[in-house]
Design a protein around this ligand. Structure first.
Ligand code: PXP
Length: 245
């Protein structure tokens, strides 16, 4: 059954909007855990626009579930990860002007640098996933670089509007998943997933983790983040069961 890691970046976004100390992402992480999340995901961006170093350190210290650090392949962030030792690092591309992580990591062009970072993270006991677009060449390059997992970018799927576009995106995700399996990689997925569009991807076989942030934090304004987490898990389980019947 697929697991949910809640991305708590946007709890920090609200805090940073006022430069205050609330809402605290560390508290949010505990609530997500109580709602059944299997993991907590945070992206420590180089510009520190939402998550701060202290958030990662405190979540690392207090969480009883998996801690997944999204990180650019920039040296200061790599050093931070090596010191902090999250359970898992997800390597992502990062551009300062973007609103959110826009594309996937280019594992084909940056394979050598990624391989070097993967080796260092492995030495520190950190599992490594690469956030990539669902493209078979990217999957193969991530495997060659030594990654343990790939997180398939679901942004295109989330933006698809017609049935035909949606089916094409689902097919690409399945193709990428199959190649990842052949290469012995674990498959994760995320970006742009919501309560409305999670169904068809939750029904795909073999995606082990979903990383979902914005939609859950948005819903938490109305129902609280513990309940918002619970509701997303209920949907993931429901669609996974549905396909098995
Ligand atoms: N996965 C990765 C690698 C991401 O960069 C993000 C956004 O920070 C997410 C998942 C979560 O995306 P969303 O906030 O749209 O759920």
């Amino acid at each position: 059954m697929a697991q949910l890691n809640v991305n708590i970046d946007h709890v920090a976004t609200i805090r940073q909007a006022r430069g205050a100390n609330e809402p605290d992402p560390v508290w949010a992480a505990v609530e997500c855990e109580l709602g059944g999340a299997a993991g907590i995901t945070m992206h420590l961006r180089e510009d520190r626009r939402h998550i701060q170093d202290r958030d990662v350190l405190l979540v690392r210290e207090t969480a009883k579930v998996l801690v997944n650090l999204e990180m650019a392949i920039a040296e200061p962030i790599v050093k931070f990860a090596l010191r902090t030792k999250p359970d898992q690092a997800t390597l992502v591309p990062e551009r300062r002007e973007e609103l959110t992580t826009e594309g996937g990591l280019d594992c084909v062009r940056q394979q050598k640098r990624i391989a070097e970072i993967v080796k260092r993270l492995h030495r520190a006991g950190i599992e490594v996933s690469a956030f990539i677009v669902p493209d078979v060449k990217q999957v193969a390059a991530a495997a060659k670089a030594g990654c343990d997992a790939v997180e398939l970018h679901t942004g295109m799927y989330a933006n698809a509007r017609t049935g035909e576009q949606i089916n094409r995106c689902l097919h690409q995700l399945e193709e990428a998943r199959d190649v990842a399996w052949e290469q012995g990689l674990v498959v994760h997925a995320g970006h742009g997933l919501t309560y409305n569009n999670i169904g068809p991807v939750a029904a795909l076989e073999g995606i082990e983790d979903f990383n979902i942030g914005h939609s859950i934090v948005s819903r938490s304004v109305f129902v609280g983040i513990r309940e918002a987490t619970r509701e997303m898990i209920t949907l993931i389980d429901k669609y996974a069961d549905y396909i098995r019947q």
